[in-house]
Design a binder for this molecule. Sequence first.
Ligand code: 5RP
Length: 301
Amino acid sequence: MADKEGVKREAVKVDKNYYTDVPFKTNGNFHVKGAANLDWGMKKHLTNIFNPKSGNTVMFAFDHGYFMGSVSGLERLDILIPQLIDHVDVLMATRGALRTCVKPNFRKGIALRVSAGSSMINDDLSHELVSVDIEDAIRMNADCLAVQTFIGAGGQLSSIDNLSKVINAGARYSIPTLGVIAVGKDMERTSQYFKLATRIVAELGANIIKTYYCDDFDEVVAACPVPIVVAGGKKLTEKDALTMAYKSMLGGARGLDMGRNIFQSKYPVLMADAIGKIVHNKYTDKEAWEFLNDKIKNSGK
Ligand code: 5RP
């Protein structure tokens, strides 16, 4: 078809190359992707999240109450969380849950949920605001600030506004931002979508991205200049959850940020340990499954 100038243009498809076998080039000697040029404070917080030996992390997400209320498994945070703290690297939670149900005498990272505004009875969950100011995040000693980001949804503009405000505030005090890619119920979990969303959020300045596992996950990771941690999502069988975790790590994830597949398991602590074996000790899913079964057998439960 001729355009305004009468020149016939044809769409030319240009192939993409993610160089999935080529390591990230600008890491310097720091263990967190994309963070080599950040300052000391940022690097210290990132080191509280990503183990400097493995470069990876097991984040335990129990911030569901901020929009789902008391979901199954999280009815009593005061009972559950003390059991799990020693088995994960980072607690991802709201300030309300942390202040009321978790004693401050633990030495793990904190991913503080700082966006809110939706609830399960909304039709559209994509409209949020920044609910925690930077001074309170500093008082909580947060190692990163977690913001829900809805790319392609009704609330895209406001969530990018929230994300940008949090990144700007975090940058003033050297606190990294974790961009949480949200997927609406009508949206597809394709690599095409995750490549778009993760890249947008990284280019806006997020230091860590949480997203879902998908086909061609290694390409999503390769095109994203900051570390990706994978969300667990709805409860799967333990075996399937371990396989998803293993495939994520194989695809280049730097950890898991898992909630329901840990706290809705009959064996939350052992499940957290099994995930840790995959994340930090290079276990395959089969090895982690055997580890889990051995531990269950020995526990007599
Ligand atoms: C909500 C979140 C939650 O923290 C997270 O997704 C919950 O983890 P899981 O899906 O593994 O239960 O970020 O968007």
